[in-house]
Design a protein around this ligand. Structure first.
Ligand SMILES: [Zn+2]
Length: 246
């Protein structure tokens, strides 16, 4: 992984503006992982993708992060702090490459892989939430037999859906980042979901707007081109901006 420069990041931000979030996340990873093809990145498990997004976030904006959440009990808005290292799960994904995972439940034998960004995108187009889950899981089933008979095209029974979803979650814990929160108003305690893709994109968006503002002021003051200004180190940009303000 590399740390994208200001010009690269600004280009990704601009190209991602009219893209869905899933695509934005993959575009950020593409610029940070130049050795990986777009196909490779799109077929990373969600946990592996999010692990890389967390690492990219640390490179771009540091380890510490602060986020807000709304208490589901009393609607109080609260701010919480965390550290990227604490959100990263250390998992051994060695067996992912060995042709998938196996599950035996309720007379069914399944071989499956973990969901990736393409699966999530396809499931997002399904009718309701239940259909989306079925579709997501079905896409990930490589082989399925009931009492030794292939039944690939039949819908999955509820018990199998449940068992498969639980197994996938256990195999790819990074795909579900949660943080323990306690409301300061009503003391309600809950586990909030943290979506690194939308969080990081919001940060990149804020950074890009500040950067364009800075470019505008420096270009007006010194007559430098956008490229020259973006190629300056952050420290120099800030110092020159300080001189303009005086
Ligand atoms: Zn509360």
């Amino acid at each position: 992984m590399i740390t994208p420069g200001a010009e690269q990041l600004l280009n990704v931000w601009e190209q991602g503006l009219n893209q869905p979030l899933l695509q934005r996340a993959l575009m950020l990873l593409a610029v940070a992982c130049p050795d990986c093809s777009p196909d490779t990145l799109a077929t990373l498990s969600i946990g592996e993708r999010d692990s890389r997004l967390l690492q990219l976030r640390a490179r771009l904006f540091g380890q510490q992060l602060s986020n807000t959440a709304v208490c589901p009990q009393c609607n109080e808005r609260l701010e919480w702090q965390s550290c990227i290292a604490d959100l990263l799960v250390d998992t051994d994904r060695a067996d992912c490459k060995a042709g998938g995972f196996e599950l035996q439940t309720e007379g069914y034998q399944l071989r499956f892989r973990l969901p990736n960004s393409l699966d999530v995108a396809a499931a997002a187009n399904a009718g309701g939430a239940e259909d989306a889950v079925q579709q997501l899981l079905l896409r990930c089933v490589i082989e399925i037999e009931q009492d030794g008979v292939n039944c690939a095209n039949a819908p999955l029974p509820e018990g199998v859906v449940q068992a498969l979803a639980e197994r996938m979650e256990a195999l790819d814990p990074q795909a579900d980042i949660r943080t323990d929160l306690t409301c300061p108003e009503c003391a309600h305690h809950w586990c909030a979901l943290f979506d690194i893709a939308s969080f990081l994109w919001a940060e990149v968006n804020g950074w890009a707007e500040r950067m364009l503002h800075m470019v505008c002021r420096l270009a007006a003051a010194y007559g430098w081109s956008e490229r020259d200004i973006l190629n300056l180190s952050p420290v120099r940009r800030q110092l020159y901006l300080g001189m303009v303000a005086r």
